[in-house]
Design a protein. Sequence first.
Length: 318
Amino acid sequence: MNVLLVEDDPVVRGMIVQWLERRGHVVCSTSGSDEAWGAFKSDPCSLLVVDVKAGSQVGLDLCSQVRGHPRGQDCIILVVMTRNSPEDLRRALDFGADDFIYKPINEEMFDLRMTIAEDRVKSRRERTEKAAALRRSEERFRELVNHIREVFWIASPDRTEISYISPAVVDIWGMLPADVCRNPALMTRAIHPDDRMHVSRMYPIPAASRMVAEEYRLCGASGDIRFIRERAFPIRDQHGEVVRLVGVSEDVTETRAAEEHTRQAQQRQIEMAQRTSHLTSLGILAAGVAHEVNNPLQGMMSHLGHARRAVPDQSEAA
């Protein structure tokens, strides 16, 4: 851990440097606040050990400067005080100190304070890393929901309160996310009157359900009708109780239109196949009738031929 030490007494400074290095720390030691402030700005440390003079601003201004630095909130400040004064201690804490130790310093007491300071540095670093990870996660989440066409939302179990809704609600509902979060009933009012009842029955989600889904019609501000497919998933606590819902509402108007077009095309194909089959059947029937008629005619023509040959031609007889 990087430690910045500020102590004007060279003997005390050398002693503290030895103790810190013995604990495995990298130490930058200075004799004055100005030099220490320059060192901190160029390379912010995890722990600042600073000598605070009784009844003066020496050391306190440095504490205040460090706290005002963008990286200063991550630094643990241990002040070394020359007298046991509640007033001086209160001033040091007001200027940003985290802990204190009184002179004369002995190694056993210093090690105890350092153990406390090291634990605080570790805890603060873990909190900082978790906060940074959370910010990165939120950034990825917002990047995702800001670039999808579906409306993503987070709501109470009965969906009467909406804590988050993605910007896509503007494109589908024509409403601002902030307005919907303030008044979730706005979304319900936009549902077609004939569909509101069965949509309201979706919530609260039945205890055993993992997901509920429904399609309904949405009345646009211009009077157009859009079809919405909504899916909601329950989030449960450690006792299995539903504490919130996450859901996705998707505009499926174009999908429904494409499905209807496909259905109509398939229906036309079926009707055409039926007509073709009917015509084929008529052709087969006509061929059968022709065959049945043709066979007797051939017999009759054959008999007529024989008859003609058997009866002399009258012109020849004359």
